[in-house]
Ligand binder design. Structure first.
Ligand code: HPA
Length: 275
């Protein structure tokens, strides 16, 4: 697969319908799609209509790219993402974020729904992702290197401290409870066992989920600055009595999506001069 040629074709298909040149990107996790309604001058591209995109299948992940403006800032929003557990190849999973970079995006906010690994967390809290542990069993950059980035990618600071602090302040201003911690990325699609949750917590994890690390690795490889945010939709298995279901995960995320949306719009205003 020739990534350069493919992204060129994808970008050309987008440029046919929108003249906007996005600088800021968003990846929206399960149940957090509402933010995309704030995009003005919007043009929507269902993944199925974009050349070289695989199609998202998970409920709560509609799978489209939206190009437009928020607060006058040109943005590209991935509403829904592709997960490796759906059976997509890593190259397919990376492709949407690579498309953001090819569109001209230099900064990306990556969000997800996640299980909290600390007992003091409650559903509806947020966690700023300050680092991650990739336990998905795969590295998305395996295979021929895309020469946009190095073969051996430094991972000293995958999440931009300054952007993360701005995001945290914006959430706090919405009266949200915000933690900072390490995101543990697993493959899924099963939720974790109670023993796995104990293991991840002991390893220093703050939240666990089935996405994000691949997006972040792809984004860093393409040279993007990254801010990371988990919506804690539940406590990890065994930390509360609740059994886990995707419906509950979506419901909790949808409960906080108003404050989430407001915080992200404030974030756009704050970073506008630094894009
Ligand atoms: N585990 C993994 N992924 C998740 C969870 C969880 O508890 N909650 C939301 N996504």
């Amino acid at each position: 697969m020739n990534v350069d040629q493919n992204v060129k074709e994808t970008v050309a298909a987008i440029a046919k319908r929108s003249a906007i040149k996005p600088k800021l990107g968003f990846v929206l996790g399960s149940g957090l799609a509402h933010f995309a309604d704030s995009v003005e001058k919007r043009v929507e591209f269902p993944f199925a209509q974009l050349p070289h995109f695989a199609t998202a299948s998970v409920e709560g992940h509609p799978g489209k790219l939206i190009v437009g403006e928020i607060e006058g800032v040109p943005v590209a929003v991935l509403q829904g993402r592709l997960h490796a557990y759906e059976g997509h190849s890593m190259e397919q999973v990376l492709y949407p974020v690579r498309t953001l970079s090819a569109l001209g995006v230099k900064t990306v906010v990556v969000t997800n729904a996640a299980g909290g690994l600390k007992k003091i967390m409650k559903p509806g809290d947020f966690m700023i992702i300050k680092d991650h542990i990739n336990l998905s069993g795969q590295n998305p950059l395996r295979g021929p290197n895309w020469d946009k980035g190095p073969r051996f990618l430094d991972m000293t600071e995958p999440y931009d401290k300054k952007l993360n602090q701005i995001l945290k302040a914006c959430l706090r201003a919405q009266k949200a409870r915000v933690f900072e911690g390490v995101y543990v990325g697993v493959m899924g699609p099963t939720y974790e066992t109670a023993a796995e949750i104990q293991f991840y917590a002991k390893a220093g994890g703050g939240a666990v989920g089935m996405s994000t690390v691949t997006d972040v690795i792809a984004a860093r490889h393409a040279g993007l600055r990254v801010a990371g945010l988990s919506c804690i939709t539940n406590l990890g298995t065994g930390l509360s009595r609740m059994k886990l279901s995707h419906d509950d995960v979506k419901k909790v995320a949808q409960k906080v999506e108003k404050s989430f949306t407001k915080a992200l719009i404030e974030f756009v205003k704050k970073v506008k001069s630094d894009l």
